[in-house]
Design a protein around this ligand. Structure first.
Ligand code: G3D
Ligand code: MG
Length: 178
């Protein structure tokens, strides 16, 4: 009987935990975003941008938003590291895909990496948030224009959103985790 009540109590009061993959090609701003989100949504002080080094393995960030625990997995985006991404797909609930909106010369690379992510069977049905990052830079392409450029027909059946952000100054971060 005790275990029944204990189980019920745990069920009612344990917060749901969602695992969110942060993907994108190298230098898109994934780790900077994670550190900013950590500082905005938890008591943890995120690393300042000048102390962030290129990601080789995995950075993990845990934050609580509303009644939900979010566990972010930030992976390295260099070409040689992208094959590791799929090892995390099965356990992920959602994907945040970061694009350096101020670097059009790398849009093609970024988009083809995204299309490969979306084709993977383990991520079918996973909600997708595409972030047009680095909006603080004057040449950055806005999320709407980037969305038109991406023209991702495959997104039709997927729950997705585009958002213009700046990982460094926090622009556009309001409420998209809560
Ligand atoms: P990654 O994890 O996707 O590889 P990083 O990218 O977070 O390591 O960031 C790559 C570079 O982009 C870093 O600069 C970082 O400061 C910069 N950056 C990330 N987000 C933003 C942003 O929103 N605005 C601006 N202006 N810069 C950003 P360095 O110079 O260290 O390469
Ligand atoms: Mg990184």
């Amino acid at each position: 009987m005790f275990s029944l009540f204990y189980g019920l109590w745990k069920y009612m009061f344990t917060k749901m935990e969602f695992r969110v993959l942060i993907l994108g090609i190298d230098k898109a701003g994934k780790t900077t975003l994670l550190e900013k989100v950590k500082s905005q949504y938890s008591n943890l002080e995120g690393l300042p941008p000048d102390r962030i080094v290129p990601t080789v393995g995995l950075n993990i960030g845990r934050v609580e938003a509303s009644n939900t625990k979010l566990v972010f997995w930030d992976l390295g985006g260099q070409p040689g590291l992208r094959s590791i991404w799929e090892k995390y797909y099965e356990e992920a609930h959602a994907v945040v895909y970061v694009i350096d909106a101020a670097c059009p010369s790398r849009f093609e690379d970024s988009i083809s990496a995204l299309e490969k992510v979306l084709r993977h069977e383990d991520l079918q049905g996973a909600p997708l948030l595409i972030l047009a990052n680095k909006q603080d830079l004057k040449d950055a392409v806005h999320a709407d224009a980037l969305a038109r450029y991406l023209d991702l027909k495959k997104l039709n059946e997927r729950v997705y959103a585009f958002q213009a952000v700046s990982a460094t100054d926090g622009y556009g971060h309001d409420n998209f985790w809560a």
